[in-house]
Design a protein around this ligand. Structure first.
Ligand SMILES: [Cu+2]
Length: 184
């Protein structure tokens, strides 16, 4: 069968929408963006939440919702290696994406590192939820691609990130981790 040129764009858009599965539909017909997802686990290896990531024209929009954490602010970063091992205290996730010697922190004149994010705030009920936008990482080809060969992770730390102190803003031990994977 011969497909006319005019039909190709709509077929491509339909294929993208199918590939995106449960992606939110856009009322004006825009195709679904490239997406990724993560399941967040704690130091006992239990699932405590999920995260989603969507590629925009200038960066990645991410959303996370977790439960069972201690109330208050928690340092929250994108780490450079796709491995979440609770037995290792999540150290297998390695350092921040785009590590800069002396450059950690959203307020740091020598930074920030690409993986730096605002703190995740957890309520008295143990639930934390946020949406954030990071212009220094990507889900597609280019610098700091979260879906590159060695993967990447979300890491939640025990304490707040002061966005300045080296090397992790004083945010302390790692309490949760999520492996970032391309969304089907
Ligand atoms: Cu971190």
């Amino acid at each position: 069968m011969r497909v006319s040129a005019a039909a190709v764009p709509s077929l491509a858009a339909a294929a993208l929408m199918l590939a995106a599965g449960a992606a939110p539909a856009f009322a004006d017909g825009h195709a679904a963006p490239v997406q990724a997802q993560a399941t967040i686990i704690n130091l006992q290896g239990e699932e405590i939440g999920t995260a989603s990531l969507r590629q925009g024209p200038t960066g990645v929009l991410l959303h996370i919702r977790v439960s069972g954490l201690t109330p208050g602010a928690h340092g929250f970063h994108l780490h450079s290696h796709g491995a979440c091992d609770p037995e290792e205290g999540f150290t297998t996730a390695k350092g921040h994406i785009g590590l800069i010697e002396g450059g950690h922190g959203l307020l740091n004149p020598d930074g920030p590192e690409a993986g730096d994010l605002p703190n995740l705030f957890v309520g008295a009920d143990g639930i934390g939820e946020m949406e954030a936008f990071n212009t220094l990482v990507s889900l597609v080809e280019g610098p700091h691609n979260l879906l590159d060969e060695d993967g990447s992770t979300f890491v939640i730390h025990e304490n707040p990130d002061d966005h300045m102190s080296q090397p992790i803003g004083g945010s302390g031990p790692r309490v949760a981790c999520g492996l970032i994977e391309a969304a089907q």
